[in-house]
Design a protein around this ligand. Structure first.
Ligand code: ATP
Ligand code: ZN
Length: 226
């Protein structure tokens, strides 16, 4: 199975917190999909549209490299990727077609309950575990605080207890995970939602037609939910 150049290509998270909402969104737009199998690529049955199902972290790069036309991803991952790619001289161009009404979360600093937290300055010289080193650095720079980041792609919330870090910078939605790990949220450094983004590459007319059909439908779905 391959991607057909004549069909609009959208990258979506394969499985995780965004996948159900993304599938519901497409379904609501009238896209008929066959997602029974754990395939990387899924073809829509009733429009020239293919889905590429990947890890969310790969979505911004696939769009920025023009491998896919569109992608749905959290702004947190998007913004982090932009900063990382800019720092390493890779292209980081894209446009936001629509901010979506799901995937809401915040990226926050948190410390253990015993930590005497008096503001970001309390973290001067400390180790902070995170999967978002660039967003964290931007915030700490704005506060004039130097720190050491400890890069973890999972289990960030156990890092303080495990003695790997003094604080964490992680995604929060309800705060239940923080609480379960004896952590207290101190600073919200970024607020995120899912966004539909488009590659900066010029788009063939037939693909643009599909977008022109989908966008008003997304708009309508979101308005109905407001
Ligand atoms: P993948 O296997 O695709 O890399 P992941 O484990 O990195 O998945 P998820 O936990 O599924 O990612 O989260 C995907 C996105 O969902 C996040 O980047 C964020 O934009 C959004 N999100 C919404 N609420 C939360 C939350 N409470 N915790 C984490 N992410 C959340
Ligand atoms: Zn991920």
């Amino acid at each position: 199975m391959t991607l057909d150049q004549n069909r609009l290509r959208i990258a979506l998270q394969k499985s995780g917190r965004l996948s159900t909402d993304c599938q519901q969104l497409l379904k609501g737009c009238g896209v008929k999909l066959n997602l029974r199998e754990q395939r990387l690529i899924a073809h829509a049955e009733n429009m020239p549209l293919d889905l590429l199902r990947v890890r969310d972290d790969d979505i911004p790069g696939l769009v920025m490299d023009g491998v896919v036309d569109l992608g749905i991803v959290g702004e947190n991952v998007l913004e982090e990727t932009v900063m990382e790619r800019q720092a390493t001289g890779q292209s980081a161009e894209y446009s936001v077609l629509k901010r979506l009404d799901f995937g809401g979360c915040r990226l926050s600093l948190a410390v253990s309950e015993e930590f005497d937290y008096q503001g970001p300055k309390s973290l001067e010289g400390k180790r902070i575990a995170t999967s978002y080193p660039w967003l964290l650095k931007r915030y700490m720079d704005s506060q004039g605080v130097k720190f050491k980041s400890v890069m973890l792609n999972g289990s960030v919330e156990v890092a303080p207890r495990a003695g790997l870090a003094d604080a964490i910078c992680d995604l929060v939605s309800t705060g239940a995970t923080l609480e379960a790990n004896g952590l207290v949220e101190t600073d919200v450094i970024y607020r995120s939602k899912a966004v539909l983004i488009q590659s900066a590459n010029p788009l063939a007319a037939n693909k643009q037609k599909v977008i022109d059909k989908l966008l008003p439908r997304i708009q309508g779905l979101q308005q109905a939910r407001e």
